[in-house]
Design a protein around this ligand. Structure first.
Ligand SMILES: NC(=O)c1ccc[n+]([C@@H]2O[C@H](COP(=O)([O-])OP(=O)(O)OC[C@H]3O[C@@H](n4cnc5c(N)ncnc54)[C@H](O)[C@@H]3O)[C@@H](O)[C@H]2O)c1
Length: 500
């Protein structure tokens, strides 16, 4: 048992508690006191996990787990070089669970693995830093919340804006009435995503253990239908959650946080499609390998508050209205959150920059500064106090949950292709604090500007879903309830919240 675990089992004596919470850096003075970390998944994002734990003197990376041996070896080499000590190199995460030198796991696997990895780790007594979206479906998010509570583990979700000084200060400004009364926020993911290539039958990279990669998801045949094996799983719903569940959880989280919403929405409706790639490839028969929406608008009703989330994957130059252009600039991606207050607007523009405007769009306050989200995780691991955490499992569950609920509405209505007029007539009646008609009109203009023929390739209108936020079930659409979970492969079952 490492010193950290031993401390946990000994409980928090007054002296230890004081020393741990007052300055966890004190503990890092002794090499024996380092927190042993296993990094699970070392593709793109896993590299940032590695850098963060390498830089923090309170932690030591003791294991690298990756089902791609090339990634694992490359990462272990880099760690050995910087840390002076080679970590264990493993393909199967279950091997770190009973390793007493590992106090915490930090995972950046594909989304379909997040929850099971986190639950297993916490059941084994480890703390867990889990990338966003914390889950692949609603039931998995609940399981993580329950596991953190039951096993008294620190479970931090990787929405790093929660540790950003700019965003923290801006949310405080909002809470103090800086822009008056606020009941509506709009999340934007206007982020160009090109086609991922034609749907096909592609070889799995030789270095990848595809059984372990698939884990809780089905073991498919053909084994890969996308050209690029890594990363592009984001756009295949068996593994990813589209951009609403990729970039989205950063912004859904900030929108919810700023509005002070601590529950799931009560009504949800999405419309959208995976559009524009035939025009992009100049081939009317082109079928892209992705099956998540690249264009999606979701309206979340929280009783007296509304959040609208807009996802756009086609070219977004000059595709917004004048006000959004003024806030984010007309050219290039526009990713952030706009809060609409009775006295002005607050805009999260980047991970480390927010701006408040008055009603005439004069800047009234600017917020700048980033943060150390991994450091915040370590703070809580040492203090053993979840209230020290900036992004708990429950935060992750509610914010990822927004993506899942929006996608369920879209998936259920995917075949319900409607004309713009039909869409307008339905959407204009949906309860919302947004001008639903204007948001639709802007979305339609953007699609047409990108060469999408909406008469030939119409938008899909999702099912309007009523959700019971406490029981986490749909109350008007029984066909939607099975989509709150998935069928798990034997050996990779994620337990439900009451069975963790
Ligand atoms: N917080 C952020 O800003 C941020 C940024 C980028 C990505 N992410 C998140 O990080 C996660 C990973 O994204 P990515 O872009 O690095 O994807 P990626 O496909 O590039 O990397 C995933 C890595 O995980 C490995 N892997 C897959 N299954 C595994 C398993 N069972 N055990 C161990 N390793 C496994 C893969 O071999 C690969 O090396 C995603 O969930 C994504 O949403 C977060």
């Amino acid at each position: 048992m490492t010193q950290l675990n031993r401390r946990h089992f000994l409980g928090t004596s007054a002296g230890a508690a004081l020393a741990l919470s007052a300055s966890s850096r004190v503990w890092a003075q002794s090499p024996n006191e380092k927190l042993g970390v296993a990094i699970i998944g070392t593709g793109g994002r896993g590299q940032s996990h590695m850098s963060a734990f390498l830089q923090d003197p309170r932690s030591e990376i003791r294991a690298i787990v990756d089902v791609d041996e090339t990634h694992a070896a490359r990462s272990a080499d880099a760690i050995e070089k910087q840390q002076g000590k080679r970590p264990l190199v493993l393909a199967d995460m279950r091997r770190v669970l009973d390793d007493p030198s590992i106090d915490a796991i930090s995972t950046a696997t594909p989304n379909h693995w997040h929850a099971l990895c986190g639950v297993w780790a916490m059941q084994a007594g480890k703390d867990a830093y889990i990338e966003k979206p914390i889950s692949h479906n609603i039931a998995e998010g609940s399981a993580l919340v329950a596991a953190a509570k039951k096993y008294k583990r620190i479970c931090q979700v990787g929405t790093q804006c929660r540790s950003s000084a700019a965003v923290r200060d801006a949310v405080e400004f909002l809470n103090n009435g800086g822009i008056g009364e606020v009941k509506f926020a709009r999340g934007l993911c206007y982020k160009r995503r090109k086609s991922i290539g034609p749907l096909g039958d592609y070889p799995i990279p030789a270095a990848v253990d595809f059984n372990l990669w698939s884990g809780p998801a089905p073991y498919t045949d053909p084994r890969s239908t996308r050209e690029r094996f890594h990363y592009d799983w984001h756009w295949q719903r068996l593994y990813g959650n589209g951009d609403l569940g990729n970039q989205g959880p950063h912004q859904t989280d900030i929108a919810r946080w700023g509005l002070g919403i601590e529950e799931h929405p009560r009504n949800i409706i999405s419309y959208g499609g995976r559009l524009g790639y035939k025009a992009e490839r100049k081939d009317p028969n082109y079928v892209d390998a992705g099956d998540t929406a690249n264009t999606e608008v979701t309206i979340y009703d929280y009783g007296d508050k509304t959040i609208v989330f807009e996802t756009r994957g086609l070219d977004v130059d000059n595709s917004a209205d004048e006000q959004i252009n003024q806030m984010f600039g007309p050219k290039g991606n526009k990713v952030g959150v706009i809060f609409y207050g009775s006295d002005g607007y607050l805009v999260q523009k980047t991970y480390s920059e927010c701006v408040a405007y008055d009603k005439d769009m004069n800047v009234i306050k600017e917020f700048k500064g980033g943060g150390d989200h991994f450091g915040n995780f370590l703070d809580a691991c040492y203090s053993r106090d979840p209230s020290d955490q900036f992004a708990t499992a429950r935060d992750g569950h509610l914010s990822a949950g927004m993506s899942h609920l929006g996608n369920i509405s879209y998936y259920l209505g995917e075949e319900n292709k409607v004309s713009v007029d039909e869409l307008e007539s339905v959407i204009s009646k949906v309860k919302s604090r947004d001008d639903n008609g204007e948001t639709l009109a802007r979305t339609v203009r953007h699609l047409r500007d990108n060469g999408v023929d909406l008469e030939r390739y119409p938008l899909s209108l999702g099912v309007q879903l009523a959700f019971d936020p406490k029981r986490e079930v749909f109350t008007n659409a029984p066909q939607a309830n099975p989509m709150l979970t998935r069928e798990y492969r034997k050996g990779f079952e994620c337990p439900t919240a009451d069975a963790v």
